[in-house]
Design a protein around this ligand. Structure first.
Ligand code: ATP
Ligand code: MG
Length: 378
């Protein structure tokens, strides 16, 4: 018997039948890139940027017509690393399609000639460089972009966590990249990022090289009206029942945060026997499990927050939605120091995106973190 996968996917690739919605966003992405524009996708972490990009790139109208290259640069801290990753991704994408092209790509990287190793079995070159082998990243990058310009199909280059380039120590990296990207007739770019402030600065501030160089899309939560039938339907298809009202409660608890709702129903599905009902207890057990399994991460985050900010964070977590945080009442209720210290702590927490403000009402941005603070610490 073939073992059916859990329909609520939380790691790796999502097969189209388990991919929920994003119809409007996919249409917009496809429209942008197929009409020669670049696109910026901004959303909080784990809302579904990468999933959306991969979902679109697998659609036949893209996969047949374009080469798609995808790099996540979150862990990079220099142009050299960026160049390394992009080169490696291009090579590894081309190799299974055509050895000839992969070889041709390496040959255009003259600045690296002689640096590649060979796989002893297949006798193919392997992209096994040391970072230090890229001595002049700006030359190598130029060669990479030349290759893209001459490729036999148009290319889509998706760069995840793009805001990272603004943190590279080298000067004028944004300007350098912008110049290359602007010259490309053959390639479209998708820039995704989760640091909203930084991404907006990069693309909306007139002083920055990427100013107005791409369409901007903010990826929000999947709508409740779409998510509830998605969950109920997948339970139903596999001979299990779940009440729509219960799905709605979980959705609301996490404000529709894609990863958390998917995690909750992944675990709840696993714990619901075939032919059975997904009960409130099962769902609660799933959520409790999530709170506990993030313990280490959350403690680590707290260890980096100064005390004054932590006090305010706890106060906000305790209230869930906190209004009037500089009022005498709020300050007294939570034994805080003063309105001015609350104000400066709030600013710092907002900058770090640990709290979110919506019309002067504050809440902990990461709902699971907020829940964890409440259940474990308070
Ligand atoms: N449309 C969708 N349908 C079902 N599951 C989804 C969908 N979009 C995302 N997910 C799930 O949500 C989680 C987060 O998605 P993804 O990694 O795409 O987010 P992200 O915004 O790229 O996150 P990060 O900020 O970490 O890069 C993944 O576990 C993924 O399986
Ligand atoms: Mg991502």
């Amino acid at each position: 018997m073939v073992r059916m996968p859990n329909p609520f996917v939380v790691t790796g690739k999502i097969a189209p039948e388990y991919f929920c919605d994003r119809a409007a966003e996919s249409a917009r992405l496809l429209k942008s890139v197929t009409n020669g524009n670049n696109l910026v996708i901004i959303s909080p972490r784990r809302m579904g940027k990468t999933g959306l990009i991969r979902f679109c790139c697998d659609k036949p109208e893209i996969s047949r017509e374009y080469y798609t290259f995808f790099i996540d640069i979150l862990h990079t801290s220099s142009l050299r690393e960026f160049t390394y990753l992009l080169g490696k991704e291009i090579y590894e994408t081309l190799l299974p399609r055509s050895r000839k092209m992969a070889r041709a790509f390496l040959q255009t990287l003259r600045s690296l000639s002689g640096k590649f190793g060979f796989d002893p079995l297949s006798n193919l070159p392997v992209f096994s460089l040391e970072l230090g082998d890229i001595e002049r990243p700006e030359y190598t990058l130029d060669e990479i972009f030349r290759y893209l310009a001459g490729a036999d199909k148009p290319c889509i280059v998706a760069v995840d966590e793009f805001q990272q380039v603004a943190k590279y120590p080298e000067k004028n990296i944004e300007a350098l990249l912008r110049t290359h990207i602007q010259r490309q007739d053959n390639s479209r770019f998708i820039f995704a990022g989760s640091e909203r402030h930084m991404m907006q600065e990069m693309f909306l501030s007139a002083a920055r090289p990427f100013y107005h160089s791409a369409d901007i899309m903010e990826l929000k939560a999947i709508p409740l009206e779409v998510y509830v039938p998605f969950v109920v339907g997948h339970f139903g298809k596999r001979g299990r029942r779940v009440d729509g009202a219960l799905v709605e409660r979980v959705y609301t608890l996490f404000r529709g945060h894609t990863y958390y709702i998917q995690r909750a129903f992944n675990a709840a599905f696993a714990d619901t026997p075939e032919g059975g009902d997904c009960t409130e207890e099962i769902v609660q057990g799933a959520i409790d499990g999530m709170v506990v399994s993030n313990d280490v991460i959350f403690r680590e985050i707290l260890s980096n927050i100064p005390e004054k900010q932590k006090e305010l964070l706890y106060a906000i977590a305790r209230e869930g939605e906190a209004g009037g945080i500089t009022s005498a009442d709020f300050i007294r209720r939570h034994s805080l120091a003063s309105a001015s210290s609350v104000q400066s702590a709030a600013k710092k927490l907002l900058d770090k995106d640990l709290i979110t403000e919506d019309g002067k009402v504050y809440s902990v941005t990461d709902k699971l973190f907020g829940m964890w603070i409440k259940t474990v610490l308070l």
